[in-house]
Design a protein around this ligand. Structure first.
Ligand SMILES: NC(=O)c1ccc[n+]([C@@H]2O[C@H](COP(=O)([O-])OP(=O)(O)OC[C@H]3O[C@@H](n4cnc5c(N)ncnc54)[C@H](O)[C@@H]3O)[C@@H](O)[C@H]2O)c1
Length: 270
């Protein structure tokens, strides 16, 4: 008999938002994955100590063999209910290729591998960013962003980002929005959904690092936020919980902004 346990798979499970996402699924079976075994072990131990059902599997999401091994591990453990994909890096890594490969190529590798596990009522919830929304639609780079595994894709997008890893981050996250639209028909044919979530400034180590590097800009953004504050990882996790649940059963191929309303004002700032 196959194992029918319903699983929530969380990438970036050792990260600020990933850990908060794990915590909203109390009572459900969690598969926590992150880059290093040490990080995974630490997160799983923390969750188990707090009464969660969690198992771990280390995976570099940019490595196709690792992603396939993760998929196979999940298949052995039960039935995928949701893939919550939070793993990512910000522009602070100062490496355009790393940002593109982790945030965009890694995302498509996961979408393709987990499509094999998708079934009626399952979903993928992918992390984009509100900054994806400052990148306008443009045929010249959108084709490359929607096809990040093509050999010339990185070079095509690089021509538009002026050497800035922060701008590359915004483009890569726009690519994540395009990937959800691109794969939605295939997932839908299996009764499965694929959505993105775009957080604003969230107080996690990643958010705080960005704040340290651009303190004035981050303060300006806070003042321009209708709710006049940053978000918390828990506020993002609550929306993930909804998107992964059957309450969101008619939501697919779209993006949900969780940014305190700030992106419209950022766009006006230019
Ligand atoms: N914090 C924010 O303000 C904010 C805002 C908008 C969007 N986001 C997005 O939310 C997601 C989570 O952000 P966070 O603040 O929790 O960041 P975080 O840095 O706390 O967590 C990210 C996790 O991803 C993992 N990771 C990085 N590269 C990996 C790889 N190659 N393979 C596997 N795992 C890898 C890291 O080890 C880390 O645990 C990211 O996709 C980020 O772009 C965050």
């Amino acid at each position: 008999m196959t194992n029918q346990e319903q699983l929530i798979v969380i990438t970036g499970g050792a990260g600020g938002i990933g850990m908060a996402c794990a915590k909203v699924f109390k009572g459900q079976s969690l598969i926590i994955t992150d880059y290093s075994q040490e990080m995974v072990d630490h997160s799983v131990a923390t969750l188990i100590e707090a009464g969660y059902k969690a198992k771990g599997f280390a995976c570099d999401i940019t490595d196709e063999a690792d992603v396939a091994a993760l998929r196979d591990f999940v298949a052995e453990q039960g039935v995928m209910k949701s893939l919550v994909h939070t793993a990512g890096v910000s522009g602070t890594v100062q490496d355009l290729n790393k940002v593109y490969t982790i945030d965009l190529v890694g995302t498509e590798l996961l979408i393709e591998a987990f499509y094999e596990l998708a079934g009626p009522g399952s979903s993928a919830v992918l992390f984009a960013s509100m900054m994806a929304h400052v990148v306008p639609a443009n045929e010249q780079y959108d084709v490359a962003l929607a096809n990040p595994q093509k050999p010339d894709s990185f070079a095509s997008v690089s021509r538009f980002v002026g050497g800035s890893s922060d701008t590359m981050y915004n483009f890569a996250k726009r690519g994540v929005l395009l990937l959800s639209q691109k794969h939605a028909d295939q997932w839908g044919a299996k009764g499965a959904r694929i959505v993105t979530i775009s957080p604003g400034v969230i107080d996690t180590p990643m958010g705080l690092k960005a704040a340290e590097e651009h303190p004035e800009r981050m303060e300006k953004i806070k003042q321009a936020t209708p709710l006049k504050r940053n978000g918390s990882p828990e506020e993002v996790a609550d929306v993930v919980y909804f998107l992964a649940s059957d309450a969101a059963r008619f939501i697919t191929a779209t993006d949900i902004l969780v940014d305190g309303g700030v992106i419209h004002n950022i766009k006006k700032m230019g």
